[in-house]
Design a protein around this ligand. Structure first.
Ligand code: CTP
Ligand code: CA
Length: 229
């Protein structure tokens, strides 16, 4: 962490952060979801407010309180998250996708509650792909002159998977976490490495999500200053 962040470092900048996890409804009472709490995205939003940015936080199903000074847009599904992100990103200087986006959604939404019937096996749930929001934002980043950042939780060969994902998405920076049963989801602490499209590698030691947020904004500010000053 940097302790006292320069309060004006992001002054005049609009930044957009997504947080939480999408929920993909099956019927009015059930959904497919994930364990993301929103803590990392909210920490990023609070840190950007502290640096003087205009902050839009697009929040998917997080129970956390709205960060003071940020515009909060609440969404449920990946399709809603995409719409909110593309709209908010239109005039943004930096976009950070910290939300956990469901890769798939049920192909069919049942408008009435799904019921079981005696002696009948359940119907299989058919899934379809959700849009890749980060890839879409990254495709626009040169035209819009903005910095686009993704997050990835990986197991096994974490760095190689992260490098491949950074290239596939086309973003400027990818924050890569190693996940396990007790790591990352809902915890206060995080450990990561930030991979840059320029080949850079910035390790972030195990520590609070606030410290990771500060390092991410340090790296984003560096790219912004290079491209516009
Ligand atoms: N992401 C996104 N839209 C999706 C899926 C993911 O914008 N439909 C974003 C996430 O918010 C995150 C980054 O992409 O910032 C990486 O997410 P991840 O799930 O690791 O990437 P995937 O391409 O879905 O790869 P995987 O098959 O490993 O899940
Ligand atoms: Ca995924």
């Amino acid at each position: 962490g940097r302790g006292g962040a320069a309060p004006d470092e992001l002054a005049g900048r609009h930044v957009v952060v997504s947080a939480g996890g999408t929920r993909e409804p099956l019927d009015p009472v059930r959904f497919l979801g994930n364990r993301s709490s929103g803590k990392q995205g909210y920490a990023l939003a609070r840190a950007a407010v502290a640096r003087g940015a205009k902050v839009t936080l697009v929040s998917a199903n997080s129970a956390l309180p709205d960060p003071a000074g940020a515009d909060v847009v609440r969404v449920g599904t990946a399709v809603q998250l995409r719409e909110a992100m593309l709209k908010a990103a239109a005039d943004a200087d930096a976009v950070v996708m910290a939300a956990a986006v469901a890769d798939f959604r049920p192909a069919v939404y049942a408008s009435g509650k799904i019921k079981k019937r005696d002696g009948q096996e359940p119907e299989p749930i058919v899934l379809v792909r959700n849009p890749d929001i980060l890839a879409e934002l990254s495709a626009d980043r040169a035209r819009l002159g903005q910095v686009v950042v993704g997050f990835a939780a990986e197991t096994d060969d974490v760095l190689a998977n992260g490098r491949a994902k950074l290239a596939r998405k086309g973003c400027d920076l990818l924050v890569v976490n190693e996940v396990g049963e007790r790591k990352t989801f809902g915890t206060e602490e995080n450990e990561a490495v930030v991979l840059g499209a320029d080949g850079s590698e910035t390790p972030i030691p195990y520590g609070p999500k606030e410290a990771l947020a500060e390092t991410v904004w340090d790296l984003i500010s560096r790219v912004l200053d290079q491209s516009t000053n």
